[in-house]
Ligand binder design. Structure first.
Ligand SMILES: Nc1ncnc2c1ncn2[C@@H]1O[C@H](COP(=O)(O)OP(=O)(O)O)[C@@H](O)[C@H]1O
Ligand SMILES: [Mg+2]
Length: 435
C-alpha cells in the first residue's frame, strides 16, 4: 500500500469512529425545532424533550427511581435533602405552592420524568423535603485539580440529570482550549458567532491515526449562528442543550456589560486583548437582566478561577469591574430561574464575593476539604479529608449545613474515539499575530 493510500484509510477510520460515536439524536422537539430553523413554533412540535432520552443512552436509572431507592436506604441525600436534592431539583415558588397543595395537575405539561419527581416530592412523608426546597436558580461549584472528574460531573449531573429532572435549557460557555462537552455532543447544538471562520480538527491519541479537519456537526448534533448575546438567547429553546463558542468580535458586549472588550483586531498591544472567556459575562448579563429568555436555564462555566479570579486587575479589559459585577448578576439571574455550575481547580483562586453567593460545593475525590477560614466560603460542614478514599465518579456535595456523598456514571465509556477535538479561529489568530 502506498503512503497516500494508508493515509486515506487512516482518515476514513477516524471519520468512521466519529460517525459511530457522534451519531446525532434528531427526534426530540429541540432537534426538530432547530432542523426546521425555527420555522415551526416550538410549542407545536409534538415530540419528547432531549432530557427524556439522554439518560437512557448513558444507561442511567430515571431520577425518580434513584429517589425511591435513596428513601428506602435512608441515604444521606434523603436524610439531609438540603445538601444535594435542593441543588439538583429546580423548582420555583409557584411550583412549591402547587406541591404543597397536592396540585399535581400543575405539572401536566412537564415531561414525564419531571412529573414523577414532583409526585415523589408531593407524597406523604416528604413534607420536610418540600419545605426546604428553594425558589429559583441554584449554584454549584465543583473543585479539584485536573483529572478528578469535574467535567464528567458537569456532563452527567449538570447536563444529563438536569435536563431529565428540570428540563432546564443548559448552556455551556465554551472556551477553545478544550472541548469538554464531547460526551453530550450528539444531543447538543453548537452556537457559533456569525461571520467568524472556525477550524475544527480531530486529533486521535493513537499515533497510527492522522489528525483530520472536520466540521462542527461531525460531532455536534447541529449548528446555529448568533450575532450577539441577545440574539443567542432569542434562538435557544426550552430544554435545549447548547455549547456556545465565544464571539471573538465581542459584538454588543461592551454595551451590555458597560465594561471594556478589546478584540484582537482593535487592540494596540497583545496584553490589551480581552480573553475570549469574558464573553461569559455578557451571556450572564443577558440572562440576568434582559428578559429575552426566561425558561429555567443552567450556565456551565469551566476554568472558573480564570473568569472570576481572587485579585482581579483594573486592566484594559475591566476585569475588576466584570468580576465584581458577577455575583450581582448571579443574584439577579437566580431570581429568574437561572442556575450555574462553576468548575475550578482551587477555591483559593476564586473571588470571595462569588464564593459567598455560591450555595453548593462539590468536592471531588482526593481533594482537601476547603477551610472555613477561606474568605467568602462560610461554614463548611464537610469533615476534613472526607473525599480521600473516594474514586473517580464520586464526590461530596455540601451546603452551609449538610453534606452527602454522590456518584455518577462515566460518560466517556460510550465512546471509542480517544483524542481531542481542537477548535480555533484562524482570522483572530492572524490578527493576534499581527499585533
Ligand atoms: N463517573 C466516572 N467513573 C469512572 N471514571 C470517570 C468518571 N468520570 C470521569 N472519569 C475518568 O476521570 C477522568 C477525568 O475526568 P474529568 O471529568 O475530565 O476530570 P477534570 O474535569 O476534573 O479534569 C476521565 O478521563 C475519565 O476517564
Ligand atoms: Mg475538566
Amino acid at each position: 500500500m502506498s503512503q497516500a493510500q494508508s493515509q486515506q484509510t487512516g482518515e476514513e477510520r477516524v471519520r468512521q469512529l466519529l460517525a459511530d460515536d457522534f451519531a446525532p439524536w434528531e427526534k426530540s422537539r429541540q432537534a426538530v425545532y432547530h432542523a426546521r430553523n425555527g420555522r415551526q413554533s416550538f410549542d407545536s412540535i409534538n415530540r419528547h424533550d432531549d432530557g427524556q432520552r439522554i439518560y437512557k443512552d448513558f444507561s442511567m436509572k430515571p431520577f425518580w427511581k434513584v429517589l425511591e431507592r435513596a428513601e428506602r436506604d435512608e441515604h444521606p441525600a434523603y436524610k439531609f435533602p438540603a445538601s444535594y436534592l435542593n441543588a439538583v431539583i429546580h423548582v420555583d415558588d409557584a411550583e412549591i405552592y402547587a406541591l404543597e397543595r397536592g396540585d399535581l395537575g400543575y405539572f401536566d405539561d412537564a415531561p414525564r420524568n419531571r412529573r414523577k419527581v414532583m409526585e415523589w416530592l408531593a407524597k406523604d412523608g416528604n413534607e420536610r423535603i418540600l419545605e426546604l426546597l428553594s425558589d429559583g436558580g441554584r449554584e454549584i461549584h465543583a473543585h479539584a485539580k485536573p483529572g478528578k472528574g469535574k467535567t464528567s460531573f458537569a456532563n452527567v449531573v449538570g447536563t444529563i440529570r438536569n435536563a431529565e429532572v428540570n428540563n432546564d435549557t443548559v448552556i455551556w460557555c465554551l472556551t477553545l482550549d478544550e472541548l469538554e462537552v464531547l460526551p453530550v455532543a450528539p444531543w447538543m447544538t453548537a452556537c457559533v458567532p456569525e461571520g467568524v471562520k472556525i477550524d475544527v480538527t480531530a486529533k486521535p491519541k493513537d499515533y497510527a491515526l492522522p489528525s483530520i479537519s472536520i466540521a462542527l456537526d461531525d460531532v455536534f448534533r447541529d449548528v446555529i449562528r448568533y450575532s450577539d448575546p441577545v440574539d443567542l438567547f432569542e434562538k435557544v429553546v426550552p430544554g435545549g442543550i447548547y455549547g456556545v463558542f465565544p464571539d471573538p468580535k465581542f459584538r454588543e458586549c461592551e454595551k451590555l456589560t458597560l465594561s471594556a472588550f478589546n478584540t484582537a483586531w482593535e487592540a494596540d498591544e497583545p496584553a490589551d486583548v480581552t480573553p475570549l472567556r469574558d464573553f461569559t459575562h455578557a451571556l450572564l448579563e443577558v440572562r440576568a437582566r434582559r428578559d429575552v429568555f426566561l425558561h429555567p436555564t443552567t450556565l456551565v462555566i469551566d476554568e472558573f478561577g480564570d473568569l472570576c479570579p481572587k485579585n482581579p486587575e483594573a486592566d484594559a479589559s475591566d476585569t475588576h469591574r466584570k468580576v465584581t459585577e458577577y455575583p450581582k448578576r448571579l443574584g439577579k439571574m437566580r431570581k429568574k430561574n437561572g442556575s450555574v455550575i462553576q468548575l475550578s481547580h482551587s477555591l483559593k483562586r476564586v473571588h470571595e464575593d462569588v464564593l459567598e453567593k455560591t450555595r453548593w460545593f462539590a468536592t471531588m475525590p482526593q481533594t482537601p476539604t476547603p477551610s472555613s477560614g477561606l474568605s467568602g466560603i462560610g461554614d463548611v460542614p464537610l469533615p476534613e479529608s472526607y473525599t480521600r478514599t473516594m474514586s473517580k465518579g464520586q464526590a461530596a456535595v455540601w451546603n452551609a449545613t449538610n453534606y452527602c456523598p454522590i456518584s455518577w456514571a462515566n460518560p466517556y465509556r460510550r465512546y471509542q474515539f480517544v483524542g481531542e477535538i481542537a477548535v480555533s479561529y484562524p482570522e483572530m489568530e492572524g490578527a493576534l499575530d499581527a499585533l
